[in-house]
Design a protein. Structure first.
Ligand code: FAD
Length: 401
């Protein structure tokens, strides 16, 4: 293999570039990224970066020394527009074409937006540029902030806004935020964290309209209020829309790859074409698409091994894991829960989550997943046990110890 193109210059793309060199690929390596930035870390964007605890330098995922060692050509600020029918040429927005013996797809996901005309003061949070804009708006003084969506990004952003002294309301369409991921009872416990910092949480209500008004004859309309399905109207100076992310497969339309909520690939991250692999938030290996930091860093090793072998020689099924930081507490989850699992509290209280708790999910009397709030040490111990059990059961679910 003489030339490999990595499309997407973020977390999974960088890890893939590292793996290519670590696994002995010494040919032409091109990394294409739509953003103008060198790879940076997204998790701090909704946390320390927003509150001012981390500056832009603290987000860097690589440094000039490593960049030189990788000996890659970085094409940044340019989008890949297409992959040809054989998967051998990546076409860029500026008209350049990159002949490729292998392609790594690492184009991640983009923030979902609400329909309707654009209004000043309405933000999403996915990129460094989004975070810069939001941070600049937040430092202009205490404001009425409405966060639409009570998922992880919404909860973390609400937490950061509350820490900055803003008046925060979270609007969530489901009866309990994160119930699909955590199960109703543990999710309810996590939702109680909002109240610990005075954030209002409105559940079971959707948004019907964002209203705005112009602040001067030549000024663009600025958000003034959020209208809800129960006819309530929330006055707002700032709105953050956190309603999920869509995998960035737009540029692959017309390619022979199977696209369905991400790029479909086998458990080794190999797509319908053996010399094209997909990693990170855009990839759906074995029918499961994760949007977690840990998956984006674990998948590239196996994907690159298979890419260089020209076929799937290794599969990986790492134990799903993610964390989130909200209201001073670290929330951690590992494993894969199912509807009907029994939740057993190991320590702490679901009623007072700000004091922390550790809970496990059990199926047929065996532990299959774990959730902790502010209980990092016992959680990590449990996670290691779960990982060992998961690894010992290559046939698939259930994970069990
Ligand atoms: P991305 O990071 O989305 O990168 C994809 C890159 O590809 C982008 O730079 C994009 O511009 C580029 N791209 C897209 N299309 C093209 C194209 N056609 N051509 C060229 N380039 C393209 N996970 C956790 O586990 N814990 C957390 O606490 C946590 N916090 C988060 C907080 C925020 C605010 C966000 C946004 C995410 C958070 N995550 C967290 C998720 C984690 O950051 C992602 O799982 C991770 O960034 C995925 O990496 P990726 O490289 O697959 O995709």
């Amino acid at each position: 293999m003489r030339a490999v193109t990595v499309v997407g210059a973020s977390l999974a793309g960088l890890y893939a570039a590292r793996e290519l060199r670590a696994q002995g690929f010494d040919g032409r390596l091109v990394v294409v990224g739509a953003e103008p930035h060198q790879p940076y870390d997204r998790p701090p964007l909704s946390k320390d970066f927003l509150t001012g605890g981390t500056d832009e330098g603290g987000l860097a995922l690589t440094d000039p020394e490593e960049t030189a060692d990788l000996d890659a050509e970085w094409i940044l600020g340019v989008r890949a527009r297409a992959l040809d029918a054989r998967g051998r040429t990546v076409v860029l927005d500026d008209g350049r074409t990159l002949p490729s013996d292998g392609v790594v797809i690492a184009t991640g996901a983009s923030a979902r937006r609400l329909p309707g005309p654009a209004l000043a003061g309405v933000h999403t949070l996915r990129t460094l540029d989004d975070a810069r804009a939001l941070r600049a708006a937040l430092v202009r003084g205490p404001r009425r902030v409405v966060v639409i969506g009570g998922g992880f990004i919404g909860a973390e952003t609400a937490s950061s806004c509350a820490a900055l002294g803003h008046d925060v309301t979270v609007v969530e369409a489901a009866p309990v935020p994160l119930a699909a991921q955590l199960g109703a009872e543990p999710a309810q416990a996590c939702a109680r964290l909002h109240a610990s910092a005075g954030t209002r949480l409105l559940t079971g209500v959707g948004v019907t309209a964002l209203r705005g008004a112009s602040r001067g004859p030549a000024a663009a309309a600025h958000i003034t209020s959020v209208e809800l399905t129960d006819r309530r109207v929330l006055p707002a100076d700032l709105v953050i829309v956190g309603i999920g992310a869509t995998p960035r497969t737009d540029w692959l339309a017309g390619s022979p790859l199977s696209l369905d909520d991400g790029v479909l690939c086998d458990d080794g991250c190999v797509t319908a074409l053996p010399h094209v692999v997909a990693v990170g938030d855009v990839a759906r290996p074995g029918g499961v698409r994760a949007e977690h930091w840990t998956s984006a860093t674990q998948q590239p090793r196996v994907a690159v091994r298979n890419l260089l072998a020209g076929r799937t020689v290794e599969t990986a099924r790492p134990l799903p894991y993610f964390w989130s930081d909200q209201y001073g507490a670290r929330v951690q989850f590992a494993g894969r829960r199912r509807e009907g699992d029994t939740v057993r509290l190991v320590e702490g209280s679901l009623e007072a989550p700000d004091e922390g708790f550790l809970a496990v999910y059990e199926r047929a009397g065996r532990t299959v997943a774990a959730l902790a709030v502010g209980r990092t040490r016992p959680f990590m111990k449990l996670r290691r046990t779960l990982m060992a059990a998961w690894a010992a059961d290559p046939a698939g679910e259930p994970v069990a110890i």
